[in-house]
Design a protein around this ligand. Sequence first.
Ligand code: ADP
Ligand code: PLP
Ligand code: MG
Length: 290
Amino acid sequence: MKRTPHLLAIQSHVVFGHAGNSAAVFPMQRVGVNVWPLNTVQFSNHTQYGQWAGEVLAPEQIPALVEGIAAIGELGHCDAVLSGYLGSAAQGRAILTGVARIKAANPKALYLCDPVMGHPEKGCIVAPEVSEFLLEEAAAVADLMCPNQLELDSFSGRKAQSLLDCLAMARALLARGPKAVLVKHLAYPGKPDDSFEMLLVTADGSWHLRRPLLAFPRQPVGVGDLTSGLFLARILLGDSLVAALEFTAAAVHEVLLETQACTSYELELVRAQDRIAHPRVRFEAVPISL
Ligand SMILES: Nc1ncnc2c1ncn2[C@@H]1O[C@H](COP(=O)(O)OP(=O)(O)O)[C@@H](O)[C@H]1O
Ligand SMILES: Cc1ncc(COP(=O)(O)O)c(C=O)c1O
Ligand SMILES: [Mg+2]
């Protein structure tokens, strides 16, 4: 029988609704991964409501919790680490300490870093020390990085001018260490208005994927976290990087269709669970040749 993979997911938790682990844990479980959620914050709701209650986890708790799992002899079973929103660079460094400990226990373990920087237009910006940490420290350790366009622009210090420019920026990030860069959401002058696009770049090639852009009165939150989580889950389940991208795009699209049909602001993950596990739509990742 095939072993069920184990994944340590280090990101935020919201009591109500879906962002961070509250967007990613259930879908990763639903596709067949054992998830170990380590919540970096516990907030009442995601920050795009403009108000919330709750607390941030002290950075030293992250390696302490990892050490606790080592103490019961289970750390070597960890196949991957996922990290998302960081409250501070100190929390990021604590995650890297945890990743180093896990890689020592299981050298095959993968680390996916979602370099969450927030959306300035939605009133959510991370401190400059966090973006600097992500580029200068986390990129060197991460096996996979999943920025959106804003995050890629921030790493590059400029705005992308074309699809080829996005590709060049993703390759520059790849050169800092990751084996693959998934740009979860592309934006560039000339992109068709009705498409939502993603880009995968590895040492072996580059792939571009398009899916329909759906209309929402208010953009749902947690889509990036859902995307990174499903991408890593499918890789652990044995998909190639390209197959994991195609599955993820389809499953996320199914969630958005369900969310749109319910006219809900929060992602309809429970209602969409069968569609997550068995997406009915399919989008092809097309190789880009220069
Ligand atoms: N097919 C789609 N149609 C419309 N909006 C989408 C679609 N897919 C994702 N989105 C929206 O696009 C954004 C996702 O962008 P991205 O920058 O990858 O992620 P996030 O901000 O969630 O990390 C979110 O605002 C999400 O609600
Ligand atoms: C607590 C929390 N975690 C994570 C996120 C990231 O969500 P997204 O996937 O939309 O980038 C947000 C966004 O507001 C948030 O409030
Ligand atoms: Mg995000």
